[in-house]
Design a protein around this ligand. Structure first.
Ligand code: ATP
Ligand code: MG
Length: 500
């Protein structure tokens, strides 16, 4: 929707002026340069959708500029301008990658035709690249927010608007789920345009103010409209049906992301219920022999002690410890499969934070990690199951510490939420997660660690969600991770039927 940007270079100022005028009359944003020596700098500073270079120029001729342009912007189409009779140069230009050539003096139809074709080609190449990026993100099993993030960014790039956003209808209201760019209309105007598109069922453009337009395309999932993709622009240029079709295409990607996330949720809760049942049986079978092993290890230890075999006693002790670890793991699995009723009691969340920090103190010292702990201090008591929140926070803290090497920084903060709940924020400067890892963090048994079991984050989410809360993760691969547990004052969600 922003006019295409064209760079024109000719060392004949008269031709340059005429050409610039003709291109402007085609609605293009023209930058004209009379000295070819300036072109490398201009190309390095700004991006263009098309370039027109005269063939015969000094000190750099059209072919030299073509080489420079192709090196800096491989997808920029270039038209070479030649005088009648110098076809050889034009042929050479095409061999070196020019899109086409124009002969002087210009024939208006030829000029318009070739410029339009070059721009269309450019646009399709860019849209294809953007769609490929979207497709990769969808196929990589990114989380729904991850895919929606790519959808809005791609929409912004492809439509050259100021801002793109995705709204989903949740409990009757439109909720903003992803956005990129800078708003140019008010929230109320945007929502009104989004509602209009959802009610009409088709992509629409709404003129909000004389120079502000909102494009909106509904997100249709299995025949029902579940949300809307919007793009805002300050341009006065009226969007074409091509622009709306492009937006509809991106909206369909957002709809696919939305549907896959729902399918995944369904599959996940079904799989969890099944896993819970299997886990409970396996745990039952394993618990008895474990108990026996523990006793035998103790007996062997005692017997070796009477023989004065200290090394043997040590080994027997290690067997006992390994058995304890196994027993703890079994109890984690059973707890996940059949979470106990929450025992809500007035609890000081900051006390839990301090207890957990004390428990990871050894690991913190061992790894020489800096800790910055900022407690709000005025949260008061909340109705919580202290054991569950303790377990969740321990897992988050251990993950944070395990993600860091010596010299890392661990941040722990508590803050009061507007609803009176609490937000516990744990940040680390560790390895962070790449997109596929982030997408699978909550999957049972997913781990990237040699000694990990991959249960930690599943337990965290289960504990927090059973308190009616949510877990938020922000991570940057190689830079660090922030995990936030947001727990409301007392609302507790019942367990889903299958998992109980
Ligand atoms: N703070 C973090 N920084 C980097 N990666 C993390 C962080 N927290 C979780 N992860 C990633 O998520 C994966 C799953 O975490 P989770 O706690 O569920 O399992 P785990 O730590 O591997 O094993 P365990 O069950 O012993 O906790 C980790 O293996 C790691 O790749
Ligand atoms: Mg863990």
């Amino acid at each position: 929707m922003t006019p295409a940007r064209v760079l024109v270079v000719d060392d004949d100022p008269h031709i340059l002026e005429v050409l610039a005028m003709r291109l402007e009359s085609l609605g293009l944003d023209v930058s004209a340069a009379a000295s070819p020596g300036d072109v490398p700098g201009i190309l390095a500073d700004r991006s263009f959708d098309l370039a027109l270079f005269d063939l015969r120029m000094a000190p750099l001729d059209g072919l030299a500029l073509l080489d420079i342009a192709r090196k800096q912007h491989p997808h920029l189409p270039v038209l070479i301008m030649t005088a009648h009779g110098s076809i050889d140069g034009a042929v050479e230009a095409i061999r070196r990658g020019a899109f086409d050539y124009l002969t002087k003096p210009f024939v208006p139809e030829e000029l318009r035709g070739k410029v339009t074709r070059a721009l269309a080609e450019r646009r399709w190449a860019r849209d294809r690249a953007l769609l490929a990026k979207l497709g990769t993100s969808l196929a990589s099993g990114d989380s729904v927010d991850g895919v929606l993030g790519v959808v809005v960014q791609t929409t912004l790039d492809a439509t050259a608007t100021q801002r793109a956003a995705v709204f989903l209808r949740e409990r009757g209201e439109l909720v903003l789920r992803a956005a990129a760019g800078t708003p140019v209309v008010s929230d109320a105007e945007l929502i009104a345009a989004a509602e209009a598109a959802m009610n009409g069922g088709d992509p629409t453009s709404v003129t909000v103010e004389p120079d502000r337009i909102v494009l909106a395309a509904p997100l249709r999932v299995e025949g029902r409209i579940r949300g809307v993709l919007t793009a805002e622009t300050t341009q006065t240029v009226v969007p074409t049906s091509d622009d709306l079709s492009l937006l509809a295409l991106f909206a369909s990607h957002a709809a696919i992301a939305f549907r896959s996330s729902h399918d995944l949720e369904g599959a996940r809760s079904g799989a969890l219920a099944a896993l819970g049942r299997v886990a409970a049986q396996v745990a039952h079978e394993i618990n008895n022999p474990l108990g026996g092993l523990k006793i035998y290890a103790m007996l062997v230890g005692k017997r070796l002690a009477t023989h004065g075999d200290r090394h043997g006693v040590d080994l027997a002790g290690k067997i006992g410890q390994a058995v304890d670890r196994l027993a703890a793991l079994v109890s984690d699995i059973t707890a996940y499969g059949r979470p106990a009723e929450l025992r809500l009691e007035p609890t000081d969340p900051e006390e839990i934070v301090q207890e957990c920090l004390a428990l990871v103190q050894d690991k913190i010292e061992e790894r020489r990690i800096d800790v910055a702990c900022e407690l709000d201090g005025s949260l008061g008591l909340l109705m919580l199951d202290a054991r569950e929140i303790h377990k969740a926070l321990m897992n988050v803290l251990v993950n944070a510490v395990e993600a860091m090497d010596a010299g890392g920084q661990l941040g722990v903060r508590t803050a009061r939420e507007p609803d009176g709940g609490v937000r516990i924020k744990v940040s680390d400067t560790g390895c962070g997660m790449d997109t596929p890892t982030l997408g699978r963090t909550y999957d049972l048994f997913f781990t990237t660690k040699t000694g990990g079991t991959g249960l930690g984050m599943a337990i965290v989410r289960s504990a927090v969600e059973r308190h009616g809360g949510r877990v938020e993760i922000a991570t940057e691969h190689g830079r660090g991770t922030t995990v936030e547990l947001v727990i409301p004052p007392s609302s507790v969600t019942p367990l889903p039927a299958e998992a109980s």
